[in-house]
Design a binder for this molecule. Structure first.
Ligand SMILES: NC(=O)c1ccc[n+]([C@@H]2O[C@H](COP(=O)([O-])OP(=O)(O)OC[C@H]3O[C@@H](n4cnc5c(N)ncnc54)[C@H](OP(=O)(O)O)[C@@H]3O)[C@@H](O)[C@H]2O)c1
Length: 246
């Protein structure tokens, strides 16, 4: 699938993990890509170099999505460099696995600010600046459909993202902007492995009907589809990309 020639995409948190794969996939389909990062400047620059090798354009831009001024700057700099924004992938997130009795106010504030506030205000910038026919892809998690102990703060943020997507669908529809949520299941990345034993990882892998962890490319392929013209009639949906996790 190609078809993203002439499109400009912002991918948040694209220095590693699922979003790195998304940045590369969108670029291989022809899009120019802004590789946003929080702290990993070198890794983000490496993604830019890979995209350049693919024959597409890319720049890396630092922005802490938990800060509204940084999100505004991300859009301003993207428009200054590429002239517009057609695709926004709100992937950047942090995780917290803790029983509720151990969660601190600072940890809760950080996960809320990164996962909810970051997504919300990036959507606001998209609503202000995105070209007609644009695409927003937000990131939740299959965990919102499960009842996993220690995930309460994380799923609270991801449940909010799902509702933000739904509530914005009609506001953005007037500009023919589609907005959808992608909810991966267990997918092999640093974020997924953080704080888990091998036994826990194997247990989660076996929750999928297909009996393994997802790969980043399998998530990126669905995002690229949602960003494409073929997906123009899909909006307001939550697509669980998880190999059949229940
Ligand atoms: N992996 C899974 O199994 C899984 C399952 C369900 C849902 N998800 C969701 O899929 C998305 C990607 O997950 P992942 O596993 O690929 O994560 P990851 O490997 O941990 O990568 C997270 C990315 O988010 C960025 N980031 C963190 N805080 C940020 C901030 N304040 N501002 C800007 N960027 C920030 C990081 O940037 P730096 O490198 O610069 O710090 C990094 O590039 C997340 O929304 C996650 O919740 C993942």
């Amino acid at each position: 699938m190609a078809g993203l020639e002439g499109k400009v995409a912002i991918v948040t948190g694209a220095s590693r993990g699922i979003s790195r794969a998304i940045a590369l996939k969108l670029a291989s389909n022809g899009a120019s890509v802004v590789v946003n990062y929080a702290s990993n400047a070198d890794k983000a620059q490496a993604v830019v170099a890979e995209i350049t090798k693919l024959g597409s354009q890319a720049i890396s831009l630092p922005a802490d999505v938990s800060q509204v001024a940084d999100i505004q700057g991300l859009f301003e700099q993207t428009i200054a460099h590429f002239g517009k924004v057609d695709i926004l992938v709100n992937n950047a997130a942090v995780i917290l696995y803790k029983p509720i009795i151990e969660v601190t106010e600072a940890e809760f504030d950080k996960i809320i600010a990164t996962n909810i506030k970051g997504t919300y205000f990036a959507c606001q910038q998209a609503a202000l600046h995105m070209a007609n026919g644009g695409r927003i892809i937000n990131f939740s998690s299959t965990t919102t459909a499960l009842m996993l102990p220690t995930y309460s703060a994380y799923v609270a943020t991801k449940g909010a993202v799902e509702q933000i997507t739904r509530a914005l669908t009609k506001e953005l529809g007037a500009k023919e902007i589609t907005i959808n949520t992608v909810s991966p299941g267990p997918t092999d990345t640093e974020l997924f492995r953080q704080g888990k034993t091998e036994a826990q990882i194997n247990h989660l892998a076996q929750m999928a009907a297909l009996g393994r962890l997802g790969e980043v490319q399998e998530i990126a392929d669905v995002v690229a589809f949602l960003a494409s013209d073929e997906a123009r009639w899909i909006t307001g949906q939550n697509i669980r990309v998880n190999g059949g996790v229940a």
